[in-house]
Design a protein around this ligand. Structure first.
Ligand code: ATP
Length: 342
C-alpha cells in the first residue's frame, strides 16, 4: 500500500499555556483534496504551519510520505504554501513572480519560460506574463500565487484560507477552479477554511477542528449527514439537536439525535405520517422568507424548537407568512435522523 501523504502521530503544539493543537492523529492520503475546517483559533493554521515546517510540534511526530519531517526546515520538505494575502512581489511581473522558485534553483531561462507558460495555461492566465500584480484583479492575483506555488511540482500543496479575500461570487468560481486544477495535476491539496460551505463543496474529506482537536474526519456527506458530535452538527450546516425527554417521545430513546432542517416536512395536523416517519406537533413561531426557500422556527409541543427549511416550489411569500402561529405536524424519514456521539 502507498504511504499516506501526511501522517500526524499524537501531534501537540503548545504556546506557553495555550494548547493550540492537542494530541492530533491524522492521515491524509496521496491525491486527496483535504480540508481542515473549524472556527477561529481551533488550531487549523498551526497544523498547516507544522506540515510546512514554519512551526514544530511540542510533542508527537509528522511524516510526509512515510519520512519523518518533524524537525526538517521548510526547504527540505516537498510542500508549498499559498497564503490568503498572496504574498506576490509587487515590483516583479507575473511571469517573474511565477518563475521565482525556479530562478532560486538556477533552472535555465528557456526551461523557466516553458514552465511558466504551462502554469499560466493551468490557471487560465495565458497572456498575462508581462503584467504587474497591481494590474490584476483579486482572483487573478490568487491564481498567480497558485501558479507560483505549483511550478516546483510539490507533492503537497497547502492552502491557508486562500479565497478569504475574494467576494462571494468570485470565491464560488475559484472553488470550482481549484478543485478542477487539483484533479488535473493529481497532487494532495490541504485546504484550511472556517467556511463550511467551502469545505463541503471542494473536499474529498474534511477534518472538523475544535479547540485544538479533531472532532470528526469524513467525506462531506458523512460529516453533514452523520455528525459525530454536537459540535460538528452545529458547526457544519444548521442542525437540530433533540435529546432527553423530547427525543424519547419522538424516537423512543433519550440519546442525542441530529436532524437537518431540509429533511423535515411541514404539514398540517390532519396529515397522518407513515410508519417510516417520525413526527412531532408544534406551533410555528417565526417564518423567514428567503426567496429560494423559507426557514420556519417551530416550537414543539413536547418542548424544544426545530428549524425547518422548505423550498418555495409553489408557495409565494404571502402563502408562507400565513403559517406563522399555526399548529403544524413535522415529520421526517426515520433514516434521516442520526445519533450524535457514542
Ligand atoms: P484562524 O482561522 O483564526 O486562523 P486557526 O484555527 O487557524 O484560527 P490557529 O492559528 O492554529 O487557529 O491558533 C490556535 C491557537 O493557538 C489560538 O488560540 C492562537 O491564539 C494560538 N496561537 C497560534 N499561534 C501562536 C503564537 N505564535 N503564539 C501564541 N499563541 C499562538
Amino acid at each position: 500500500m502507498t504511504k499516506p501523504a501526511i501522517r500526524f502521530e499524537k501531534v501537540s503544539r503548545h504556546f506557553g499555556d495555550v494548547i493550540a493543537v492537542d494530541a492530533v492523529d491524522l492521515e491524509i492520503q496521496d491525491g486527496e483534496f483535504f480540508s481542515m475546517l473549524g472556527p477561529s483559533g481551533s488550531g487549523k493554521t498551526t497544523c498547516l504551519r507544522m506540515i510546512a515546517g514554519f512551526d514544530r510540534p511540542t510533542s508527537g511526530r509528522i511524516f510526509l510520505f512515510g519520512q519523518e519531517v518533524s524537525n526538517l526546515p521548510p526547504f527540505e520538505r516537498d510542500v508549498n504554501t499559498v497564503f490568503q494575502d498572496y504574498a506576490l512581489f509587487p515590483h516583479m511581473t507575473v511571469g517573474d513572480n511565477i518563475a521565482y522558485g525556479l530562478m532560486i534553483k538556477r533552472v535555465p531561462k528557456d526551461e523557466r519560460k516553458k514552465r511558466v507558460d504551462e502554469m499560466l495555461d493551468l490557471v487560465q492566465l495565458a497572456g498575462f506574463a508581462a503584467r504587474k500584480p497591481s494590474q490584476l484583479s483579486g482572483g487573478q492575483r490568487q491564481r498567480v500565487a497558485l501558479a507560483r506555488a505549483l511550478i516546483n511540482h510539490p507533492k503537497v500543496l497547502l492552502l491557508d484560507e486562500p479565497l478569504g479575500a475574494l467576494d462571494l461570487k468570485l470565491r464560488q468560481q475559484m472553488q470550482v477552479e481549484l478543485k478542477s486544477i487539483q484533479k488535473r495535476i493529481g497532487i494532495t491539496f490541504i485546504f484550511v477554511t472556517h467556511d463550511q460551505e467551502e469545505a463541503l463543496t471542494m473536499s474529498d474529506r474534511i477534518a472538523v477542528f475544535n479547540q485544538g482537536r479533531i472532532e470528526q474526519v469524513g467525506t462531506p456527506s458523512e460529516v453533514y449527514e452523520k455528525p459525530a458530535t454536537p459540535f460538528v452538527a452545529g458547526f457544519v450546516g444548521t442542525s437540530n439537536l433533540i435529546s432527553g425527554d423530547v427525543a424519547k417521545r419522538i424516537t423512543g430513546s433519550e440519546k442525542t439525535f441530529s436532524i437537518r432542517p431540509e429533511k423535515i416536512y411541514l404539514g398540517s395536523l390532519s396529515d397522518a405520517p407513515s410508519e417510516k416517519m417520525y413526527s412531532a406537533t408544534g406551533t410555528v413561531r417565526d417564518v423567514i422568507y428567503l426567496g429560494l426557500y423559507t426557514r420556519y422556527l417551530v416550537n414543539l409541543d413536547d418542548g424544544g424548537e426545530l428549524v425547518v427549511i422548505e423550498q418555495n416550489l409553489k408557495t409565494t411569500s404571502m402563502d408562507v407568512l400565513k403559517t406563522r402561529d399555526q399548529k403544524v405536524c413535522l415529520s421526517w424519514d426515520k433514516e434521516h435522523i442520526s445519533r450524535v456521539g457514542g
